[in-house]
Design a protein around this ligand. Sequence first.
Ligand SMILES: Cc1cc2nc3c(=O)[nH]c(=O)nc-3n(C[C@H](O)[C@H](O)[C@H](O)COP(=O)(O)O)c2cc1C
Length: 179
Amino acid sequence: MKKVVILNASPRHDGNSNHLADLFLSKCNCEIISYNMYDENIAPCIACNLCSKSGKCFSDDCKHIIDDIFSSDYIVFSTPIYCYSFPAPMKAFLDRLQPYYSDEKYKNPAFDRKGFVLASCGKSGKFGIDVIEKQSRIAFIELSASFEGIFLFSDTDKRSALTTDEICKVKQLAKDFFN
Ligand SMILES: Cc1cc2nc3c(=O)[nH]c(=O)nc-3n(C[C@H](O)[C@H](O)[C@H](O)COP(=O)(O)O)c2cc1C
């Protein structure tokens, strides 16, 4: 059976991005491994440079997540937008992917899995989604995942549910992604 790792970046376990993730994952026939980044206590990068010298990180506190991702077929980020970016625990995780960075990987990325991003934000329009997309693209290269797309659930300051059209779109995106 194929495996999907989902990283939930919201502190609200019953929030908008988790509802979006539930809808997206309802279309998959995979083993689902789910992490909430607020439960993980991942230390921020301390710029010790150990990874550039030895390829190792100063801490193993997120190794279990990275090991799961490297043995998965799909990775999904599910996040609220905080100040145009990811919430701090998720950003800490992304910074800690530095040991998986290499110039060569950027020139010739190898895609062993597929990646997708689900985001939600309070404002209407595409508020902050460009930053989330850029950061996700970099992270996916480090995790040997292709960037397959992004869906934004916006305007949550004024609403708590997707429209019927949006629900159909998310289901179709999931179907194509898990195909
Ligand atoms: C600290 C903080 C910063 C936020 N920054 C933004 C922002 O930059 N742009 C935006 O549109 N919404 C922003 N929001 C609103 C959230 O993105 C929005 O409520 C989102 O739907 C929450 O998702 P969740 O229910 O999955 O946690 C912010 C919320 C918080 C708590």
